[in-house]
Design a protein around this ligand. Structure first.
Ligand code: SF4
Length: 388
């Protein structure tokens, strides 16, 4: 029996027959097909579905919904990993503060502007500046960088810099930043705290920060990891419910990939229970499981921008990105970080495209989109409001 078969009863979804069952809350499931706006019980049943033929129906429904709501255009958002310093100690992440084996870097203003101009020249609509939670990135300095990017290019500026204080977020918004990405990683508060320990005296509440970002005028993005030790199917269904209720610009979904130089990375295979997992309902950190979450997210948030994440492209180097784009995704984030820094931003091992040049990445993504019959979307790529 595969892991996904555990706890299957008569709640499994079907395309042809009406299935009746009940989820953990006693809510009846009446899933006819993987349809737009499906219920939590149906989401849960699909998360547990492992029949490839049925999953083909899910992929098709997500792809049809993607085409109907956000079209065939794929938004390219140029990623610049501006610093690998981080004050946090997330127990799976390769650039966590206690990892002294990492050679740290922080990019200069000119280097960042050169990457932004490259994004502009490639015709991208957005540049994403990402880092660990690095207080060496000073508020005024970054405000100046944002201002320069906005002055020099027509790019939308997205930030992904961790849980910075509200005054920083407000200053960067005033300088012209448009979007902010902050993954809540998992809706299970205990599990979250286990993998993402609080800083002394500061309780991490990412959902509250996301709401505050929206109040500041940012378009906000979030996301989760799939297959965290201790994460069961019910938890993932809760994650998707949280997406349903959030007005997000972008939702990033990737497999959990612990770095070997971390406490969770060093847990021996099969030692899942040591980290608090319930072995019978543990979600696998596979490509298929990640794609299920991606496809179901497309069905509950049809107008969201969903990336085919680098982590998905890492777990299946040959087809992960293609599968993402065929199962609900409409965004790709080509990495524009200069090669000398890229390999130092190793949050998980063997990250896709780490040793590729920027030009090679650009070429391979263009070729991939052409082969899929998808176009490069133009313009800023904000979320279309469908009224759903
Ligand atoms: S996951 Fe993010 S916040 Fe946590 S250690 Fe890594 S870079 Fe820092």
């Amino acid at each position: 029996m595969s892991r996904g078969d555990h706890n299957r009863s008569d709640t499994s979804p079907t395309v042809h027959g009406r299935i009746r069952g009940a989820d953990a809350d006693g809510e009846p499931t009446t899933a006819h097909s993987p349809k737009l706006g499906l219920s939590r019980a149906e989401v849960l049943a699909w998360l547990r579905e492992d029949d490839p033929a049925r999953l083909d129906d899910l992929w098709r429904a997500a792809d049809d919904t993607r085409r109907r709501f956000v079209g065939d255009g794929v938004h390219l958002r140029g990623l610049i990993e501006i610093s690998n310093y981080c004050v946090r100690g997330c127990t799976y992440c390769g650039i966590r503060a206690p990892n002294h084996g990492v050679e740290r870097y922080r990019m200069g203003e000119d280097e960042i502007l050169a990457c932004a101009r490259q994004a502009h020249d490639f015709g991208y609509g957005t540049v994403v500046m990402q880092s660990g939670e690095d207080y060496g990135i000073e508020t005024d300095w970054l405000a100046r960088v944002i201002h320069s990017i906005k002055h020099d290019t027509a790019l939308v500026v997205t930030l992904s810099l961790g849980e910075r204080p509200e005054a920083d977020l407000a200053a960067w918004r005033a300088a012209g930043a448009d979007r902010y990405l902050l993954r809540f990683e998992t809706s299970d508060a205990d599990l979250y705290r286990r993998i993402h320990p609080d800083l002394p005296g500061r309780v991490s509440d990412r959902v509250a920060i996301i709401k505050r970002l929206q109040e500041l005028g940012y378009e906000a993005g979030t996301g989760v990891m799939v297959g965290i030790p201790g994460q069961g199917h019910e938890t993932l269904a809760d994650d998707i419910e949280l997406f349903r209720g959030m007005d997000m610009d972008m939702i990033g979904i990737g497999p959990y990939l612990p770095h070997p130089a971390t406490p969770l990375g060093q847990l021996a295979a099969g030692a899942v229970s040591e980290s608090g997992a319930t072995a019978t309902d543990q979600v696998p950190n596979t490509e298929t499981m990640t794609c299920k979450v991606l496809a179901l997210t497309r069905l509950v948030r049809p107008d969201a921008n969903l990336p085919a994440t680098t982590a998905l492209a890492t777990v299946n180097k040959s087809d992960g990105r293609v599968h993402g784009l065929q199962r609900g995704a409409n965004v790709v984030m080509p990495n524009l970080t200069p090669p000398e820094y890229r390999e130092k931003y190793e949050i998980y091992p063997d990250k896709a495209a780490t040793h590729e040049t920027v030009e090679a990445t650009q070429q391979s993504i263009s070729g991939l989109l052409a082969a899929l019959g998808r176009s490069v979307a133009t313009g800023p790529g904000g979320r279309r409001h469908s009224g759903h």
